[in-house]
Design a protein around this ligand. Structure first.
Ligand SMILES: Cc1cc2nc3c(=O)[nH]c(=O)nc-3n(C[C@H](O)[C@H](O)[C@H](O)COP(=O)(O)OP(=O)(O)OC[C@H]3O[C@@H](n4cnc5c(N)ncnc54)[C@H](O)[C@@H]3O)c2cc1C
Ligand code: SF4
Length: 498
């Protein structure tokens, strides 16, 4: 009898989950496939591609050190890689953890791979569907409270720690003006595996700054990143989670998403580490609760709704948006919009922008200008180190672009320049004026915000949460001028001259 093979996909790099959890080197052979089809499927950010390939190679090496017989092979596709492996080792049984994507799951079913439940999340999507089932409607807040209770995280008996479920009133402050320094993160020195991956990437059509050791490629590095965040970043996290600064790319954000999404860290250990900091008194409840909400609330919720709403979800385009991704996003043009230029610089330099830059700058511009939701998803997926379909779709199609008709967020996250002016330091150095909606100096966000409402007024008419905005639109005396300026703005955006 030949040994069964455990197939590890590139975002399942954890010894303690799925099919590998209960295996020892004597029980199985391990397969990892580096697929050329995947590598050439998008114009990846250099740091993103390097992170995934290097993390896979490091994981393969760690398993070998533990005594596993590991076949880490390159192949034209995942499927051909599996077939070549099965032929070479005469394999009868292949076992894998359920993949993270709809198409991946379909492929494994087609190939006859035995699957083990995906336990890389705290709430399996079947459990999520069962939670949804009896409810007429459901929202993240209810799911989050359910998670807190059933996982007994940040709870004092039956009550939420600190006496409340939500401390947002203590958070979401504008950026501090005192010029403070922000928590440093450790950069990890490249080793031979990193250098080998870099060499192999030299002929590929990728973009963005060279990998510089910012992103953890092993569990040990990811643990180090977590420990440092808990010690230095968690306490200031809450008050500044929505603030944006031109010269500071991450502020007090954790930069842990890529590690969790690849499996290097589990969400439970991340949330528990935050709770320990609260219990020991080293981080205040508003920061700890805000952070835990992101990890066991939002992250698990988007995972659940992805599976609940797929496969139709990726085709959502409720607002019939058709515009291509602007050339400035693709690095083909510059922009005078200081906030956009700043966010794109962070993406270029690190394959990262924090949540509010993704939502209220890049997403907001795509929403109000009418960028095609799938094109935007593809761009973000390729451009961020933590990109994956399960997390991109609810965040881009749902939250940022309102292309799902309000399933994810009941009203669109559209805003003019006033929000960005309040929450960032960008406007003071910008050629545009956030208060103006017409004329050459008009802030494109402000112009496009009103034009977006105007273009979609009929669509939003039945949405009571949009009544105030539509009332404001009706009171505009200069709507014709706004429309004319919006046309100029959109032409300039398409031409890469905004
Ligand atoms: C348009 C758009 C696209 C996004 N694309 C991605 C993506 O491809 N991959 C990704 O992991 N996140 C994505 N997010 C969610 C969020 O912006 C990132 O998880 C976060 O910015 C990652 O940085 P961090 O680790 O420093 O997060 P922190 O601010 O420190 O938050 C802690 C953790 O919470 C989780 N989290 C917080 N918000 C979300 C959310 N809305 N959805 C899922 N997880 C969340 C992440 O795992 C994150 O690491 C997107 C959000 C928007 C609005
Ligand atoms: S004025 Fe408008 S374009 Fe310029 S930084 Fe402010 S919000 Fe961005």
């Amino acid at each position: 009898m030949t040994l069964p093979t455990v197939w590890i996909l590139g975002d399942q790099l954890n010894r303690t989950v799925g099919a590998l959890a209960d295996k020892s080197p004597a029980d199985c052979r391990v397969l990892l496939v580096e697929s050329h089809a995947k590598i050439s499927s998008k114009r990846w950010h250099r740091q993103r591609l390097h992170l995934v390939l290097s993390s896979m190679a490091h994981f393969a090496a760690e398993l070998r050190d533990e005594g596993f017989d590991v076949d880490h092979r390159q192949a034209s596709s995942l499927e051909t890689g599996l077939k070549a492996h099965a032929d070479e080792f005469d394999v009868e049984t292949v076992i894998a953890m359920e993949p993270m994507s709809w198409d991946g799951r379909a492929m494994l079913e087609r190939l006859g791979v035995q699957t083990i439940a995906n336990d890389q999340f705290l709430c399996h999507y079947d459990e999520f569907a069962a939670w949804v089932e009896p409810r007429k409607s459901f929202k993240m807040e209810d799911f989050y409270r359910w998670q807190r209770q059933r996982l007994d995280l940040l709870m004092d008996g039956d009550e939420p720690a600190g006496g409340a479920w939500n401390f947002d009133h203590d958070n979401r402050e504008p950026p501090p003006k005192d010029g403070r320094s922000w928590p440093e993160i450790t950069s990890f020195e490249h080793d031979d595996i990193d250098r080998d991956v870099l060499n192999r990437m030299s002929d590929l059509d990728v973009w963005g700054a060279e990998p510089d050791g910012t992103w953890p490629v092993t569990r040990a590095q990811a643990k180090q990143r977590l420990d440092k965040f808990i010690a230095t970043g968690l306490a200031p996290f809450g008050p500044h989670e929505d603030a944006m600064l031109q010269e500071e790319w991450k502020l007090a954000h954790s930069t842990l998403s890529s590690s969790m999404n690849l499996g290097l860290l589990t969400p439970l250990e991340v949330a528990e580490a935050a709770e320990v900091a609260y219990r020991e008194g080293s981080a205040p409840i508003n920061s700890v609760e805000g952070f835990v909400r992101q990890v066991i609330g939002w992250r698990e919720y988007v995972w659940g709704v992805y599976w609940l709403w797929m496969p139709d979800y990726r085709d959502g385009n409720q607002l019939a948006a058709q515009r291509p991704v602007p050339p400035v996003f693709l690095g083909e043009a510059e922009t005078s919009m200081a906030c956009v230029a700043g966010a794109l610089r962070h993406v270029h330099d690190h394959g990262y922008a924090h949540h509010i830059q993704r939502l209220m700058v890049l997403g907001n511009l795509a929403l109000t200008s009418g960028v095609d939701p799938w094109a935007m998803t593809e761009w973000m997926w390729a451009s961020f180190v933590d990109g994956a379909e399960w997390v991109m779709l609810p965040n881009v199609i749902g939250m940022a672009l309102h292309a799902d008709g309000g399933r994810m967020a009941t009203k669109p996250y559209a805003s003019g320049g006033a929000y960005i002016n309040k929450m960032s330091d960008s406007c003071k150095g910008c050629v545009f004026d956030p208060k103006k909606r017409t004329g050459e100096k008009a802030c494109p966000f402000t112009t496009l915000y009103w034009d977006f409402l105007d273009r979609n007024a009929e669509e939003f008419a039945g949405n009571h949460r949009m009544a105030r905005q539509l009332g404001g639109l009706r009171r505009l005396k200069d709507l014709d001028d706004v429309r004319a300026r919006a046309r100029e703005v959109l032409v300039a955006l398409d031409a890469g001259k905004l």
